[in-house]
Design a protein around this ligand. Structure first.
Ligand code: HEM
Ligand code: HEM
Length: 124
């Protein structure tokens, strides 16, 4: 599973750079209106993906299962839809709220998928 681990660790650092750049902008400008975008980009993009990467690092190096591949892509799709939607919403475009709602549901389902992956990988 090391390819998946490498994928998530690398992606996590990219989301961290973007999220921290937004944090720096917020600090420098004094405009904190994008705080939820900053918080969720870093917590779902940097922290969660780094955890996924470290988890996969500990698994034997076998081809990824279909569930793992689904989890990988849904993680990116939901994060990008959620953060772009939040960014638009907090810039005043409230019509995108359904996108944020849908992305939130996908993110939640995807965490449940990750839970199944963890349970399968850790069963005695
Ligand atoms: C270059 C690094 C960073 C800068 C300059 C930065 C800047 C900021 C700023 C200006 C705020 C708004 C504070 C407020 O309005 O009360 C904020 C909030 C927040 N940041 Fe960052 N941040 C950085 C890194 C991070 C990282 C690495 C994480 C998570 C792993 C993070 C998570 C959060 C969260 C969760 C909030 C919301 C806190 C709350 O609910 O009061 N930030 N950040
Ligand atoms: C499906 C995914 C998620 C949804 C739909 C969601 C939704 C929300 C909502 C509605 C708020 C309140 C925002 C506000 O009052 O302006 C919030 C705040 C917060 N959430 Fe999440 N969340 C999700 C995932 C997470 C995760 C995975 C973490 C941490 C690992 C997290 C950490 C936080 C923190 C620290 C705050 C306070 C910072 C802020 O106000 O922006 N959330 N979240």
């Amino acid at each position: 599973m090391n390819a998946l681990s490498t994928h998530f660790l690398r992606a996590a650092t990219i989301y961290a750079v973007i999220g921290m750049a937004l944090g720096n902008y917020m600090g420098a400008s004094g405009d904190h209106s994008q705080m939820p975008t900053h918080a969720h980009l870093l917590l779902l993009g940097w922290v969660s993906m780094a955890i996924y990467g470290l988890f996969y690092r500990g698994l034997p190096s076998e081809p990824a299962s279909k569930l793992m591949v689904a989890h990988k892509w849904l993680a990116h799709i939901s994060l990008i839809a959620l953060t772009c939607g939040l960014a638009a919403m907090f810039a005043g475009h409230y019509a995108v709220e359904p996108v944020v709602g849908l992305a939130s549901i996908i993110a939640l389902i995807n965490m449940a998928i990750f839970s199944v992956i963890v349970f399968k990988a850790t069963k005695a």
